[in-house]
Design a protein around this ligand. Structure first.
Ligand code: MLT
Length: 253
């Protein structure tokens, strides 16, 4: 089946995603630094599922209904603490290093982050939604190439309300692999922008990303700087992470 690929670059586009008819559309969401990389790591380490929510209050009320679930997420990059919740410290932040098998194996995780979980929620009505990252890029491309959909939107979560270079480059890497593997795949102009940015930066992707706003913020924090390198590893997990109709992200299959 012929597939048209579009890239959405900024959170400003989340609203139109919500309003569009996405019944024939698949979405892959990228928040490379760090939400989607962290979700993929959690699933690779045996988490049973993640429930992305946009608001802290929503996370707290869900946890009251599911007391065994872990509360996870960040605001301004840092784990959500009692000052933002009226007394509850979240169990986990948004660093993939926290999501070890010992900590998350077999657990349900309720997660809220600044942009990543918002981006996923904006795609909820799509026919299929996958959680993308460099960590599982190849497996997710394979999944997309085999999925029956007319239109594929690569949704970049962005930084604040702006585009993020690392998400754009991941979308470009995804397009490049799709085009190689599926001749009937047609990048539109937005996908062409991401593709060209990726080809331009490919000789030194890490340096390009390290210079971008999100990485600079993480690299400036001694407790978070290791996350950047971890999130930029390519194809270390074979898994495909999908957002189901019940709003949970789980490993496919
Ligand atoms: C987000 O969801 O906005 C990011 O993942 C922020 C972060 O790096 O913690």
């Amino acid at each position: 089946m012929a597939v048209e690929i579009t890239v959405s670059f900024t959170p400003v586009e989340f609203e139109s995603l919500r309003q569009n008819n996405l019944r024939e559309t698949g979405c892959v969401v990228f928040d490379v630094l760090r939400a989607t990389s962290t979700m993929v790591t959690a699933l690779a380490n045996g988490a049973m599922g993640l429930k992305p929510v946009t608001q802290i209050d929503e996370a707290l009320s869900l946890r009251r209904r599911h007391p065994d679930a872990l509360l996870a997420g960040e605001r301004e990059g840092l784990r959500i603490g009692a000052a933002l919740t009226g007394g509850v410290d979240f169990d986990l932040g948004n660093s993939p290093r926290e999501y070890t098998a010992e900590r998350v194996g077999g657990r349900i995780i309720i997660m809220t982050t600044t942009n990543g979980t918002r981006a996923l929620q904006a795609c909820q009505a799509a026919r299929q939604v996958a959680v993308g990252s460099f960590l599982n890029l190849k497996a997710t491309v394979r999944w997309a190439a085999q999925s029956p959909m007319k239109h594929l939107i690569l949704v970049c979560a962005g930084t604040g309300e702006e585009a993020a270079l690392e998400d754009t480059l991941a979308a470009g890497a995804f397009c490049a692999a799709m085009v190689l593997g599926s001749p009937d795949c047609h990048p539109n102009d937005s996908a062409e922008i991401a593709l060209r940015a990726y080809h331009h930066s490919q000789p030194n992707l890490t340096a390009a990303i390290n210079g971008a706003r999100n990485a600079r913020r993480l690299l400036a924090n001694v407790d978070l700087r290791e996350d950047v390198e971890l999130c930029l590893r390519r194809d270390v997990h074979e898994l495909v992470a999908v957002l189901g109709p019940d709003g949970f992200v789980r490993t496919l299959g």
